[in-house]
Design a protein around this ligand. Structure first.
Ligand code: ATP
Ligand code: MG
Length: 545
């Protein structure tokens, strides 16, 4: 069993509980922007937010941060909900949208204006950017900074009523243009955007900025611990400033932790979007994507992702985690739960010359350690397929698999010996003629023969021809995208195989299997007769030559 994490955030929460500051239970939120699908970095935040609320007797809001109608859509809203639920977390009645609070947000903005703490600025976006100064230079005051309150109220009202085009004015906080923290140099709170919103329709033509919206939503929802990633550390003074200057009686603490990075992939929605748009992958749920939809389609279990997040832990150090750790968690989970089966990905035909019966029924367990899963039947017949890679015309010393004159055991079946090799004009191996030893049946072997190797196989008669997609890492470099994403793509991230799969596997209702000696595979959601490789059996990654 996994031991309970005790990171700095959990320690802080325990302290707050001991001090009596969170008497009503721990309330957290996961606040995705519905502008893309969730990725495994989001899973870290989901596991943390929902995890602490569960551990400390509270609840978690799933709150959509839908303040930018140009980039957001219902497709993403639906996909995000499906992904959070799939990961195993439940928000119950606590599903909210930043847009639910647009009226209140507007009222709070008016409050700031009335106190002289916000003003309508009519500089262009570029002028505002330049005027903010740099890390070493202070900003310069906007010529509109000291507009009278009444004029600001009037203009803001008219911004709302749609009188001005996009970009004509913004509402800015009146803070400190010389602040060492650029976020405090009169940040923009509202902008004009004549765009219909997926939830509020045409009701609004001004939209609040994230930094203004987020803290207020947190306060209105009574979030006891607002957990976010480190890049928001510099925004914390603004988070606090907004809540300190409006009339709201709850002020959550913002606590930052490090983002999850993962080797051999990219994690920002912008870059993932680019991969989809450029056709480098088949979509957000391409099994090579680090999205939850992609990982699910690849066969990764929610339990493996939760365990991965637990092992990564929560710290303040930014780090890029090795892909091996994710693959380890996936294997560990599937090793215990996935049914076993046999498939031949690169079939080589074998004819058993001394067998001409109607087929011998053999039995094999669905799982070597879990007898409860029962057994399946295999048919040994005159014609079989083995893996091309399990035969060598000229074997190296100590070769354990099949070669001319050598013997090998067929898994759960009989020992066979290769008597003859059929080649084509170019010398390519086309077929093997073998004999089998009837008294060598697995489980009741009296032959006294001791072949060194055991190989997997599928009967040619009832084996099912099907497509197997052998997926590998999408990128061939650990930190892709430094120069160009496209240059770093792994050309062998997807290899299609015309394979033959054991019939009991095809007929089973299970989705995930270990194909013996090959790896873990999963029936594809959209084409259940095709398999996606989830992960290899052991860590065998090498960059492509
Ligand atoms: P991206 O950079 O991928 O677009 P984002 O931060 O813009 O991510 P949001 O939808 O705003 O995406 O994120 C929702 C929540 O998930 C935020 O609280 C954010 O801090 C968290 N989150 C996003 N990416 C990661 C990550 N790689 N590791 C941990 N938490 C993350
Ligand atoms: Mg964001």
């Amino acid at each position: 069993m996994s031991d309970q994490p005790n990171d700095f955030i959990r320690q802080r929460i325990k302290q707050d509980i001991a001090d009596g500051t969170v008497s009503g239970g721990v309330v957290t939120r996961f606040p995705p922007e519905p502008n893309g699908y969730l990725h495994i970095g989001h899973a870290k935040s989901i596991c943390l937010n929902f995890g602490v609320a569960e551990e400390f007797g509270g609840y978690t809001y799933l709150r959509f941060d839908d303040t930018n109608p140009l980039k957001e859509s219902d497709e993403y809203v639906d996909a995000i909900q499906a992904d959070v639920a799939w990961l195993g977390f439940h928000w119950g009645d606590h599903l909210t949208f930043a847009s639910d609070y647009f009226d209140q947000l507007y009222e709070f903005a008016v409050q700031l204006i009335e106190q002289g703490k916000a003003y309508v600025c009519s500089l262009s976006g570029e002028e505002i950017r330049v005027g903010r100064g740099t890390l070493t230079e202070p900003g310069t005051d906007s010529p509109y900074r000291d507009r009278p309150v009444s004029e600001n109220l009037d203009l803001f009202e008219r911004m709302r009523s749609g009188e001005f085009p996009d970009g004509a004015h913004v509402l800015r906080a009146h803070i400190d243009m010389a602040s060492p923290n650029i976020n405090m140099r009169d940040p923009v709170l509202y902008r004009i955007r004549h765009a219909p919103h997926q939830r509020t329709g045409d009701a609004w033509v001004i939209y609040p900025m994230y930094d203004f919206t987020h803290c207020i939503c947190d306060a209105l929802e009574g979030i006891t611990h607002s957990l976010c990633t480190l890049e928001f550390e510099d925004h914390r003074p603004l988070y606090d400033w907004v809540l300190d200057n409006i009339n709201v009686n709850f002020h959550p603490p913002q606590i930052e932790f490090s983002r999850l990075g993962l080797e051999y992939t990219v994690m920002s929605k912008r870059l993932l979007n680019q991969l989809v748009d450029e056709g480098s992958v088949s979509g957000w749920d391409d099994p090579r994507m680090p999205t939850l939809a992609g990982l699910r389609r690849r066969g990764v279990t929610p339990g493996a992702i939760r365990e991965f997040c637990r092992r990564v832990g929560v710290t303040k150090q930014d780090n890029v985690v090795e892909m091996n750790l994710l693959e380890f968690c996936v294997r560990q989970d599937l090793e215990a739960t996935a049914c076993r089966g046999m498939a031949v990905l690169d079939p080589l035909k074998v004819v058993i010359t001394n067998y001409d019966g109607a087929g011998e029924t053999l039995e094999a367990p669905w799982h070597p350690q879990n007898a409860e899963l029962g057994v399946r039947e295999l048919t040994f017949a005159r014609e079989l397929f083995i893996e091309r890679a399990d035969f060598e015309l000229e074997p190296p010393r100590k070769y354990k698999r099949l070669s001319p004159g050598a013997m090998v055991r067929l898994r759960y079946g009989f020992i066979i010996r290769c008597d003859e090799v059929i080649t084509d004009d170019q010398g390519a191996v086309m077929e093997l003629r073998c004999s089998y030893f009837p008294d060598s049946r697995s489980g009741s072997d009296t032959s006294g023969l001791k072949p060194k190797g055991v190989i997997h196989w599928v009967s040619a008669e009832d084996g099912k021809p099907t497509e197997v997609r052998v997926y590998d890492r999408l990128f061939q470099t650990p930190n892709p995208g430094a120069a160009s994403l496209a240059d770093d793509l792994n050309p062998k991230s997807l290899v299609l195989r015309q394979a033959v799969v054991e019939p009991a596997v095809m007929a089973s209702d299970e989705r995930r299997f270990q194909f013996e000696r090959l790896g873990y595979f999963c029936k594809d959601d959209e084409r259940p007769d095709a398999f996606n490789r989830t992960v290899t059996l052991r860590d065998s990654w090498r960059p492509p030559a």
